[in-house]
Design a protein around this ligand. Structure first.
Ligand code: GDP
Ligand code: IMO
Ligand code: MG
Length: 428
């Protein structure tokens, strides 16, 4: 099972970290290929809880080589904070490899992220404020700073001067902020350069060789399909490709090497930040999901918007990503509900629409059409085989499977590492 991609099928926070951790001892490399420290993955191992942002969740598995590939945007200070915090808790972080081509988040990207959001007013995206969008914008505008630039001071200075020449006009004249000095940014980046140097690599070549040797490589997406800059609910998206195609461009591993695509999907839906969300709940059912599911952001602590499962979105994700297996997480959170509504289609201007509407405006006012399923009250956190689940829970899973475009291979029944029901192995 050489190259496996693991993606979020909804709006993020589906439990990708836990799913990666579950695969941990069966993979040799775990690669982060998109996003940066906007991600927040919580992994619970025994009594220990880890919150990972920039590092791939595989770093918690002994023996795994974690890789930050070219498609990632790296806040170097955050990188070392996260590495040091893990090392202090006894995690071996020595194997981390970082692409020389990954782009670097600086002080001016974080500042621009925050001020542009403020200026958007009611139209704001609700970003994590980590500088993600401005850093990807610089990459596309060909004025970005890459990891490799840190090892050539002349080049680094020229690039920062070029970038600030334009940014300071914006900051001072449009946003009424102070200008940023070139030396400030030089200092911000160079203070870490020597510590970073031994980790920097041609990660595309590294992964290519690993796959040639028959190693198993897991590509772990940050964010999710509906936050993908091309396939998500634009403009209420993140600035990278969080879908499976992003694993190829974001790592330099060719598409024909990927053999399996794992879609992680919650048994209901959540979203952080602005943008359309047809099944969103504003009543006590929403509070039930938020409180029972602990739906507060790992990165920003914001309460997550909550709603019922949306089957057209799962089907859309299955198609866009080529999902071969779904991991259905947080089934336990639904315990205690008398009935569980599932969105099976939408109504747009009085017309039934079975798939994601073509136009974003239609999606904004799509009304969910629900089918109701009977709930269960038994505690399911001890279930390890499908047969251990109450009949109604089994029926709910089977119904979702039929509607969602791919088989459900794993079912999460609690946050812990072992709280999982395996229906089909993800690595056979
Ligand atoms: P990620 O960003 O996709 O990695 O997901 P997050 O870590 O941001 O959010 C998922 C949350 O759900 C975390 O707090 C996990 O510990 C928790 N979690 C994952 N799977 C399950 C599950 O099956 N049941 C419950 N109750 N919690 C889960
Ligand atoms: P994980 O990997 C949920 C959301 C933000 C905002 C939008 C753009 O934990 O699933 P950005 O800072 O990326 O420019 O913000 O995307 N967002 C996430 N929502 N989970 C995430 O990551 C997210 N990363 C970004 O809330 O709406
Ligand atoms: Mg998260």
């Amino acid at each position: 099972m050489p190259a496996i991609v693991l993606i979020g099928a909804q709006w993020g926070d589906e439990g990708k970290g836990k799913a990666t951790d579950h695969l941990g001892d069966r993979v040799d490399y775990v690669v982060k290929f998109n996003g940066g420290n906007n991600a927040g993955h919580t992994v619970v191992v025994g009594d220990e809880k880890y919150a990972l942002h920039l590092l791939p969740s595989g770093i918690l598995s002994p023996g795994v080589v974690p890789v930050i590939a070219n498609g990632v945007v790296v806040d170097i200070e955050v990188l070392f904070e996260e590495l040091d915090a893990l090392a202090a808790r006894g995690v071996d972080v020595s194997r981390l490899r970082v692409s020389a081509n990954a782009h670097v988040i600086t002080h001016y990207h974080r500042t621009l992220d925050k001020v542009t959001e403020r200026f958007l007013g009611k139209r704001q995206i609700g970003t994590t404020g980590r500088g993600i969008g401005p850093t990807y914008a610089d990459k596309i505008n060909r004025v970005g700073i890459r990891i490799q630039d840190l090892f050539d001071e002349n080049i680094l200075r020229q690039k920062i001067e070029g970038a600030l020449h334009q940014k300071n006009h914006l900051l001072v004249k449009i946003y009424n902020r102070r200008a940023i000095e070139v030396d400030e940014i030089m200092q911000e980046l160079l203070q870490f350069a020597e510590r970073l140097r031994p980790m920097v690599d041609d990660t595309a070549l590294l992964l290519h060789r690993a796959l040639d040797e028959g190693k198993t490589v897991l590509f772990e997406a940050g964010q999710a399909t509906m936050l993908d800059v091309d396939h998500g609910t634009y403009p209420f998206v993140t600035s990278s490709n969080a879908t499976s195609g992003g694993a190829a461009t974001g790592s330099g591993v060719a598409p024909n090497r990927f053999e399996r695509v794992i879609g992680v999907v919650k048994a209901y839906t959540t979203r952080v930040g602005s943008g359309p969300f047809p099944t969103e709940l504003f009543d006590e059912s929403g509070d039930f999901l938020r409180n029972n599911g602990g739906e507060f952001g790992t990165t920003t602590g914001r309460p997550r918007r909550c709603g019922w499962y949306d089957a057209p979105i799962a089907r859309y994700s299955a198609r866009i990503n080529g999902v071969t297996d779904f991991v259905l997480t947080k089934l336990d959170v639904l315990t205690g509900l008398e009935t569980i509504p599932v969105c099976v289609a939408y109504e747009v201007d009085g017309v039934r629409v079975d798939e994601m509407p073509v136009s974003q405006s239609d999606f904004h006012h799509a009304e969910p059409i629900y089918e109701e399923f009977p709930g269960w009250s038994e505690d399911i956190t001890g279930a390890r085989r499908f047969e251990d689940l109450p009949k109604n829970a089994q029926d709910y899973v089977i119904a979702l499977e039929k509607m969602s475009g791919s088989r459900i291979s794993l079912i999460g029944v609690g946050p812990g590492r072992d709280e999982i029901v395996v229906r089909h192995s993800l690595t056979d």
